[in-house]
Write a protein that binds this ligand. Sequence first.
Ligand code: NI
Ligand code: MN
Length: 226
Amino acid sequence: MKLTYYGHSTFAVEIKGKHLLFDPFITPNELAKDIVVDQLKADYLLITHGHGDHVADAENIGKKNHAKVVSNFEIVSWFEKKGLAGHPMNHGGKVAFEFGTVKYVNAVHSSVLPDGTYGGNPGGFVIWNEDICFYNAGDTALTMDMKLLPLICPKLDFAILPIGDNFTMGYEDAVVASDYIGCDKVIGCHYDTFGYIKIDHDAAKKAFADKGKELILLPIGESLDL
Ligand code: NI
Ligand code: MN
């Protein structure tokens, strides 16, 4: 499985020959100005919640690639009105796609779409097949609900967690979250994009290392094989 970081909370995942793109927010992100949006591939667009910093490029990329939007019912309905195909879900539900199973899980945050349309409740995704299992928390606070994941999902190989503080949990709480979800390999997201969420990378990595955990901060545009 190949994972590529495109800044903020935007990740591409290649899994079983399918291209998954999470929360595309590239064009408005000055830090991601070297990323060519028109070159991105997406068979599936996975949207955690409706905020602009998670959906900004979704319509364009979705239309160009004939991608299927996977999110909560309200967000999928919003994209369907714009002409995109979708698969609506809601919290606690899972569905088997050709690349693996997707479960939409709780997040503690808010969710409104850029035009003011109600965006349902915010969520995260756990995705697995016989080879790998990972969690993308979306924007969330640390929440006790994370303790459910080891009970209801396969063992996580890695997790994408927000660490930028202010709008989501900060890295200190993300260390606790990694305990709750039973996963010591964390890829950070939702940091540095705006002034409110600028973080000290060394301090964040040390907070994880002090607990015997790994925090990966991928440079924008770089990939990992997992
Ligand atoms: Ni948000
Ligand atoms: Mn956000």
